[in-house]
Design a binder for this molecule. Structure first.
Ligand SMILES: Cc1ncc(COP(=O)(O)O)c(C=O)c1O
Ligand SMILES: [Zn+2]
Length: 360
């Protein structure tokens, strides 16, 4: 199986240890499965029940899994909440980390480095621990102490990097390159998306259809890209006739993709990120921004921003419904509350993607 460089088209075996092409382009995994009901592995009670539709070589996932996925969908009026905060490390990132670390295990990797605002680092640390892989996570200053405590509890080394989230990513890349450590990045490594796409496979298996509207938080776009891939797989396999309406949510203080879409740009707009409660989507320079915008154009994705003062209220409202989620998750619900009338959004799927217990 091969990666293709998104910039120069160069092809490379997926067994490569390089996290990007020599030209600086990002790897893309063009894997286009045909989904068939009878190919779901019903003996597997986690997201790897879809392993026949995932680009994984080998069966390392059997020893790496922590029981991620298979989350319920809970109805609340017009809203369908997918309970993805009920995961081994309490966020949807476990879907991606399980697939990526299974790939690392397959390659015989013994040490990984990663950067994260918290949740992805948490997931990678947990799955690396399960797989017996050494792990070093870089987090930006200001990351919640609870998240740091959880990462360290898995035996990972945590480096707190002063400055922005984007600077933190640069520091991790530098160390990975200098010390030749495998960069298990949820942004760079396409295998992460092989995990996040199971979100949509599950929705289809559960509901036997895809709801008309789907709202997705977008920082680096790991859930967004997984969902778009999963939907395209369903369409290619003639299981759905048309794509649902996708709403991609950014915070008003950090909206490089929303602005790019509004201004008709092919790359993320240059912005200076402001502080936001939604730290999970506070990404000023989303590296797969061009890829996200390409999908957005192809499928008429509507970008929305959520106002900062709504996020806390939305978090309380969700808690009053019995779901204690983190501000980044509440930001999506907040965007729904803010824009539902304007866009006449009917039945809508929202991921409750991160638990409040970890937050500040
Ligand atoms: C709870 C939660 N929701 C959404 C996101 C956004 O994911 P992405 O940056 O991949 O778009 C994150 C990222 O850390 C997160 O932790
Ligand atoms: Zn290239």
């Amino acid at each position: 199986m091969k990666y293709r460089c998104g910039k120069c088209g160069h092809e490379e075996e997926v067994s490569t240890k390089s996290f990007q092409c020599e030209c600086g382009g990002l790897w893309i995994l063009e894997y286009e499965p045909i989904l068939k009901k009878e190919d779901i592995d019903r003996n597997v009670w986690n997201q790897f029940r879809y392993h026949r539709f995932m680009a994984l070589e080998g069966e390392e996932w059997r020893e790496v899994t922590l029981g991620e996925g298979k989350t319920d969908i809970v109805k609340d009026g017009d809203l369908l909440f997918k309970m993805d905060y009920m995961m081994p490390t309490l966020s949807f990132k476990d879907r991606g980390a399980a697939a990526l670390i299974a790939h690392c295990k397959r390659l015989g990797i013994e040490e990984v480095i990663q950067d994260s605002s918290g949740n992805a680092g948490n997931s990678i640390a947990a799955y690396a621990a399960k797989a017996g892989i050494q792990c070093n996570i870089f987090v930006p200053e200001g990351t919640s102490p609870k998240k740091i405590e959880m990462i360290e509890s898995h035996g990972a080394k945590v480096d707190i990097i002063p400055g922005s989230r984007d600077h933190c990513a640069e520091a991790a890349r530098e160390k990975a390159e200098k010390e030749q450590i495998f960069y298990a990045s949820h942004v760079y490594n396409p295998f992460f998306y092989e995990g996040t796409k199971t979100y949509i496979y599950e929705v289809f298996e559960q509901l036997k259809r895809i709801p008309d509207n789907i709202m997705i938080p977008v920082g680096n776009g790991t859930l967004f890209l997984g969902i778009m891939k999963g939907l395209e797989d369903l369409k290619r396999s003639s299981l759905i006739e048309k794509m649902p309406k996708i709403y991609a949510v950014q915070s008003e203080g950090c909206n490089p993709l929303e602005r790019a879409a509004k201004e008709g740009l092919n790359a993320p707009a240059k912005i200076i990120p402001k502080k936001t409660k939604a730290e999970g989507i506070a990404i000023g320079i989303p590296l797969r921004g061009e890829e996200i915008l390409k999908y957005a154009k192809k499928h008429q994705v509507q970008f929305l921003t959520v106002s900062e003062n709504i996020i806390g209220k939305a978090q309380s409202l969700l808690a009053q419904k019995g779901t204690y989620t983190e501000p980044t998750t509440a930001a999506v619900y907040g965007a729904y509350l803010e824009h539902q009338k304007e866009f006449e959004i009917g039945e809508c799927l929202i991921s409750l993607c991160g638990a409040g217990l970890k937050g500040k």
